[in-house]
Design a protein around this ligand. Structure first.
Ligand SMILES: Nc1nc2c(ncn2[C@@H]2O[C@H](COP(=O)(O)OP(=O)(O)O)[C@@H](O)[C@H]2O)c(=O)[nH]1
Ligand SMILES: [Mg+2]
Length: 349
């Protein structure tokens, strides 16, 4: 069976070409996105005589043929990445692909690595991941200058919960004076959530609906080491809301924004959120809900695409426990296979 490749601007268009040239019975072997507006579909014509009345023995022979062909196809695409010369990287390649690390990043992580002298390629890859994952150590606060942080991001990602976790951590662990502000451009009931946390922790909690009110609130919180600003919003595609939010935040000179993204959010929606919130020029990324997924490639993908460091990760609903300053070591561990094949340790566990 001969494999043919069809390139078109969309999967649907490529499939139409497959159907036109190979007929409705064509077998689709793979679809591959080559870049924006370019999709490649690999297809083959079904072998003659494959259909009702085909003898089962014959069918299983044909299926075996198809299986072999798929295997060859897979090996061929791995050969295209140079993996035929270094098959030892293939399991790691597959693991990182399952972690949804983007293809170019995987290629960079595996570039030029060979398992010389029976050593695993996992340790150098872990080192590369750590280098790639810029993390920002907890900021030096309480140095006499008040810090202003605002958390921005799509609805429901965990901004308010994260503000509460940060407030608790800086109050209890660092003994800093923390103040809270909700910027709510819609005057909806959401500020109650932050006010409740503020009451429990006995922290001043204010609400501001425009730049003037924000400036006033900041004046009231003049004695604080850190003011955490929570933002309330609708979807990031609601451009008006983001205009309003930008206008309010203009009332806080020296403000640093942090973009909150939830790990379980699909790749394309995360990319859209990054784009929508680019205007706030976030100084860091905060990833939430790591407990709700086992796939962490998005962290590496976003850091690489934005050039922004990760400052915090959160992994549960409990306030204040489920938050941690981002650490390259533990993030790399999440991305790597659970038990990297380490010849040195084999049999010693
Ligand atoms: N599983 C899990 N849930 C979280 C985490 N952070 C926040 N949540 C939950 O996500 C929901 C939305 O959180 P919220 O802080 O109101 O999101 P906001 O709209 O961005 O302010 C709430 O039910 C939170 O308890 C997390 O790290 N893990
Ligand atoms: Mg909220």
């Amino acid at each position: 069976m001969q494999v043919r490749r069809f390139t078109a601007e969309s999967t649907a268009a490529a499939l139409r070409r497959v159907k036109r040239e190979l007929g409705a019975e064509a077998v689709i072997l793979s679809t591959n996105r080559l870049g924006p507006g370019r999709v490649e579909v690999a297809a083959a014509r079904e072998p003659a005589g494959w259909g009702p009345g085909t003898d089962l023995g014959e069918l299983s022979d044909q299926l075996k043929g198809l299986g072999d062909m798929l295997k060859r196809h897979l090996i061929k695409s791995e050969a295209a990445r140079g993996f035929d010369q270094r098959p030892e990287v293939v399991p790691l390649y597959r693991h990182l692909a399952e972690q949804e690390v983007s293809e170019p990043i995987i290629a960079e992580l595996l570039d030029g690595l060979v398992a010389a002298g029976g050593h695993s390629v996992a340790p150098p890859v872990a080192i590369r991941i750590k280098k790639m994952l810029q993390v920002r150590p907890a900021a030096r606060l309480g140095s006499g200058r008040r810090a202003l942080w605002a958390l921005v991001g799509p609805t429901g990602v965990g901004k308010t919960t994260t503000v509460a976790k940060l407030a608790a951590s800086f109050t209890l662990d660092f003994r800093l004076k923390v103040g809270l502000i909700t910027v709510d451009t819609y005057r909806i009931a959401a500020p109650e959530q932050l006010k409740t946390y503020g009451q429990i922790m006995d922290l001043p909690t204010l609400v501001a609906a425009d730049a003037g009110e924000l400036a006033q609130a900041l004046e009231q919180l003049d004695d604080r080491d850190l003011v955490l600003i929570d933002t309330v919003g609708r979807s990031p595609s609601d451009g008006d809301h983001l205009d309003d939010l930008a206008a309010v935040l203009a009332g806080a000179p020296g403000l640093q924004t942090h973009l909150v993204l939830a790990c379980p959010t699909r790749e394309s929606d995360q990319q859209a959120a990054v784009k929508a919130f680019e205007r706030f020029d976030p100084v860091s990324l905060i990833f939430t809900k790591l407990d709700e997924t086992t796939t962490y490639g998005c962290i590496l993908n976003r850091v690489t695409a934005t050039g922004k460091p990760v400052s915090y990760i959160t992994f549960g609903q409990r306030v204040p426990e489920d938050i941690e300053p981002a650490a390259a070591d533990s993030l790399a561990r999440r991305l790597m296979p659970a038990r990297p094949a380490s010849p040195g340790k084999a049999g010693k566990e």
